[in-house]
Design a protein around this ligand. Structure first.
Ligand SMILES: Cc1ncc(C[n+]2csc(CCOP(=O)(O)OP(=O)(O)O)c2C)c(N)n1
Ligand SMILES: [Mg+2]
Length: 620
């Protein structure tokens, strides 16, 4: 057998370069490069190997957490057909990746983490940044990555790569088991040479399958649809991952079944598709929430039924409601006691369309969908044009961004009051044009995630919509966008702190405590002084971005036009009216209120909470 004598790190990169995926007859190289930061735990291993493998692009970032976010944003925009590997040193560099790994796994996105690890040889322990344990030498900070990884392994000997790598690839390319994969790499082993079999470096093409429904489940699914009078379809992220938008649009156009969208599934069909009723759940539209409330059959396609989608198990109130789930993951397919169709979304929807030819919802239901949809569009127009002076409402900023953007442009966001408002209001026109990270709703994802989205599709303008709070968590990656020539447009809403959690706090009877950015007053010891004097425009400029402060809506429109014409990352800062919010639409989200309190406002809120919980249902 032919051998190749290389270090473990060189072998690893040699393998990664030759991994491809194929779906529907189209082949992609799976790894587009390596993101990361060097330290003593990876510079001599992975760092050295990268230097002699320049065909694998190396992208230095400012924070290892951001590296994983870039990879996740890239994988999401690529419908999971491509990703990056992320390298870190040992210790803090490795643990910085934990948040990114959790985000990837929760959103079912493939990312490969390659944290450095302490010496396998152990004779020099404790090394710098090593976590010691008096009870075992077989523990380290990388063990933190176990619960947030779908596959985790530590490579104590160079030859273990040979069995670990195929497992890593199986998970990364699996439509059902996909998530973060961690290979912890002790720094001495990274640099150790071994005679690897030449076959390890051959080109390998991993087939991304489209599993078909089994006959028995499919028959039950058909029966359930035919028997239902008020079916309602929930489109989740799986629709986009499967590239099933067209199949879904056809299925719903021919059957008349309305489509509500989760955060991950938004944009599955264009907003003006006759059966599209927009966002469903806690941040849903009135149209979708009314239809969900009364539905007798909920067809969940590629959704994991998060509490935002189910409005904390209050969204579906018809006593006779049943569920039918189409999902590649059995785990999700079986939720809410559904008829589980364990299958690819596109394959299943195409088969359903064919089998249901001639079936259509009753006219009365179709008319209701049409009129509710019209009412909703009028509500969006109203919120886009409130005419507030001098500071606009956030909904007007969204309206201006929507009007300035093209149909293929990507709108990206993750945390704060932005996801809820966007879920309701953004009028998505093409698949993947709405990029919301709402599995982990991770403040700080936005800028690196947008770099990933832009790297995945440089032909689309990427707009990031974020708050002052989330901006302050990870502005440093603007530097990475400048370094790579990856232009993104960031619209930063300055409302002096956390409007979202502030509003939530108010609703819990807690008066927004700890959510406004104010200085501490020495006399009272409280945070009730003037607003913190943060100059976001100067901050963005100092990191290499073009920065514009927009005073009011008219200036925002000009700034958006200017940003389009530039080829550099641009940050637009706008102050909004914090207390003018997009309302909720007959929906609810469960946040447990203190059961006892000295505060009357909290006690009142608790009574309302106990009452609201009565609508929660089990689906058994
Ligand atoms: C990493 C992280 N920490 C904390 C939270 C909880 N959280 C959700 S929204 C939010 C406030 C966001 O503030 P900002 O970005 O200014 O948006 P705004 O609420 O003002 O719209 C916080 C703290 C989170 N989602 N992520
Ligand atoms: Mg804010």
């Amino acid at each position: 057998m032919k051998k190749r004598r290389v270090t473990m790190a060189q072998a690893l990169l040699g393998f990664l370069k030759n991994q491809y995926v194929e779906r529907d007859g189209v082949e992609h190289r799976f790894f587009s490069g390596v993101l990361g930061i060097f330290g003593h735990g990876n510079v001599a291993g992975i760092g050295q190997a990268l230097q002699q493998n320049l065909d694998l692009r190396y992208i230095p970032v400012r924070n290892e957490q951001a590296a994983v976010h870039v990879a996740a944003g890239y994988a999401k925009t690529s419908n999971r057909l491509r990703t990056f590997a992320c390298t870190s040193s040992i210790g803090p560099g490795a643990t910085n990746m934990t948040t990114g790994a959790a985000l990837a796994t929760i959103n079912r996105l493939p990312v490969l983490l390659l944290p450095g690890d302490i010496f396998a040889r152990r004779n020099v322990a404790p090394v710098l940044q090593q976590l010691e344990s008096p009870s075992t030498q077989d523990i380290g900070v990388n063990d933190c990555l176990k619960p947030v990884s779908r596959y985790w392994d530590r490579i104590y000997r160079p030859e273990q790569l040979i069995t670990a790598l195929p497992e890593a690839m199986r998970v990364l390319t699996s439509p059902s088991d996909c998530g973060a994969v961690t290979l912890a790499l002790p720094q001495d082993v990274q640099a150790e040479a071994y005679d690897y079999p030449e076959e390890l470096f051959r080109k390998r093409v991993w087939l991304i399958r489209r599993p078909e429904p089994d006959a028995a489940s499919f028959a039950r699914a058909l029966e359930a649809i035919r028997a239902s009078r008020k079916p309602f379809l929930v489109a989740g992220g799986g629709v986009l991952f499967s590239e099933a938008s067209e199949a879904l649009a056809k299925f719903c156009a021919s059957t008349g079944i309305p489509i509500g969208e989760t955060q991950a599934g938004k944009g599955s069909v264009p907003y003006n598709h006759p059966q599209s009723v927009g966002a469903v759940g806690a941040t849903g539209t009135l149209t979708a929430n009314r239809l969900a409330r009364d539905a007798d059959l909920v067809i969940g396609v590629g959704t994991r039924y998060s509490d935002f989608t189910t409005a904390s198990m209050t969204a579906f109130q018809n006593p006779a409601v049943r569920f039918l789930n189409i999902n590649t993951a059995e785990f999700d397919a079986c939720k809410v006691s559904a008829i589980p169709v364990v299958a690819d979304a596109r394959a299943a929807l195409e088969r359903l369309s064919a089998a249901l030819a001639g079936y259509r919802v009753e006219d009365g239901y179709a008319d209701l969908i049409g009129s509710l949809k019209q009412e909703w569009e009028a509500e969006v127009d109203r919120l886009f044009h409130l005419g507030l002076q001098p500071r606009p409402a956030q909904s007007e900023v969204i309206g201006a961004m929507w009007e300035a953007s093209g149909p293929r442009d990507i709108l990206l966001s993750a945390a704060g009051s932005h996801p809820g408002d966007l879920h309701k209001l953004w009028r998505t026109r093409t698949p993947n044009a709405y990029h919301m990270e709402y599995g982990y709703s991770c403040m700080g994802y936005e800028i690196p995630g947008a770099i990933g989205a832009k790297l995945a599709d440089p032909t689309r303008e990427v707009y990031v919509f974020l708050g002052d709070g989330t901006y302050l968590m990870m502005p440093g990656e603007i530097v990475t966008s400048v370094q790579e020539g990856v232009k993104i447009v960031i619209v930063l809403v300055d409302n002096h702190g956390f409007a979202s959690i502030g509003g939530l706090s108010q609703s819990l009877g807690q008066q927004g405590f700890g959510t406004v950015y104010r200085t501490r007053v020495p006399e009272t010891g409280r945070l009730e002084g003037s607003f913190l004097p943060v100059d976001y425009e100067a901050n963005a400029r100092s990191l290499g971005a073009h920065a514009i402060r927009a005073n009011g809506l008219a200036e925002l429109k000009l700034a958006l036009e200017k940003a389009r014409s530039l080829d550099r990352t641009t940050v637009i800062v706008i102050e909004t009216e914090r207390d003018v919010r997009v309302p909720g639409y007959e929906s609810w989200w469960d946040v447990a209120v203190a059961e006892v309190s000295e505060m009357e406002s909290v006690r009142e809120s608790r009574s309302a909470y106990v009452e609201a919980c009565k609508k929660q249902r089990h689906f058994l």
